[in-house]
Design a protein around this ligand. Sequence first.
Ligand code: UT7
Length: 332
Amino acid sequence: MKKTRAVITGVHGWVPDYILTNRELETMVDTNDEWIVTRTGIKERRILKGENKGTSIIGINAIKGLLKKTNTDPEDIDLIICATVTPDMPFPATANIIADGVGATKSYSFDISAACSGFLYALTIGSQFIETGMHKKVIIVGADKMSSIIDYQDRATCIIFGDGGGAVLLEPTTEEVGVMDSLLHSDGSGAPYLHMKAGGSRKPATTETIANREHYAFQEGSSVFKFAVTNMAEVSANIMMKNNLTASEVAWLVPHQANKRIIDATANRMGIGPDKVMLNIEKYGNTTAGTLPLCLWDYESQLKKGDNIILAAFGGGFTWGSVYLKWGYDPK
Ligand code: UT7
C-alpha cells in the first residue's frame, strides 16, 4: 500500500495595511535607513494598529482567504494549529479564537509556542494527523503581532520585527508529494539571549515590571546571530544530506526572514544561488511564526508540482529546524 502523506493544497497570507518604514523609525530611535538595510535587509514592516486587535485578526484573515481560494467549507476543517508567541491572551489559545472567527465549528484547535520555528513545529505536528489517517483537513497558521511586545525605544529590536502571518491547508495524498521529512531541535539554555522577562508565571506583571520595560522582547542580537547562522545552515544541510538531495535538485529554500545575512549564510552552506531563495524580508521584516507561510504565499505563483522545497528557521528557545517538502500543485 502506498504511504499517505500530508500535502499543502493551498496557502494564503495576510498583513496589516500600516507600513512602518525605516524613515519613520529614524524619527523614533537613533538609527538610519542605511544601517538597517545593510545589517538586516529590511526596508519596511507592517503594523497592526487599533484597539483590541490581536494576532487572531491576522490568523482569521489568512484562513478566510485560504478557505475561499481552496473552496473549502470551514465545517470540514478537522484541526487548526496556530504557531505564535504573541497570543491574543495567555488563555484561551489564539487558535480557539481563530477557529471561532472562521466558522470552523467542527474543528478543535491549539497553539504552539516555538517562536520563529513555530510554523515548522506546527507543520510537522499537523502532518502526523494526516499521515496516520486521523484527519483529512488540517490548517496550520503561523502569525505574530510582534509590535505588541516590541519596545519602540530599543533600536536593537524595534527595527527588525513586524506583524503578519499566513496559513496552509494540509490534506492527504498518496502521490510522491507533500511533507517528506522534518528535523526539529530545541535548546532551552538559549533562553537568556532571547526572551520576554515578565508577564509569565515566573514574574507576573507588576507596576515595577512595567516601569522596567520588562514586557518587551529582549534580544542579545549578536549572540543570537551567531547561533542562528550556525544552526540554520547546519540543519538545512543535514536535511539535504539525509534525503540525498543535491543543491541542483533543490528548487527553493524558504528561510525564516530574520536577517538577510543569516539567509545568505544558509544558502551558501547549501550551495544554493540567490535565485532559489525566497526573500520578502525587505517589505515585512521578521514576523516570527509568520515569515515562512508569508514567503510561500508571495512565491506561490512560481511553484510547480514536485518542486523540492527546504524550509528552515531559527528562533527563541532556542528552537530551530528544517522541513523538506515536495510542492503539491502547479500555479492555478
Ligand atoms: O528571529 C529570531 C532570531 N533572531 C535573529 O535571528 C536575529 C539575529 N541578530 C541580528 O539579526 C543582528 O544581531 C541585529 C540586526 C539584531 C544587530 O546587528 P549586529 O550586526 O549584530 O549589530 P550589533 O548588535 O553587534 O551592534 C553593532 C553596533 C553597536 O554599536 P557599537 O557598540 O559598535 O558602537 C550597536 O549599538 O550597531 C549598533 N546598533 C545600531 N546602530 C544603528 C544596534 N542597533 C542599531 C540600529 N541602528 N538600529
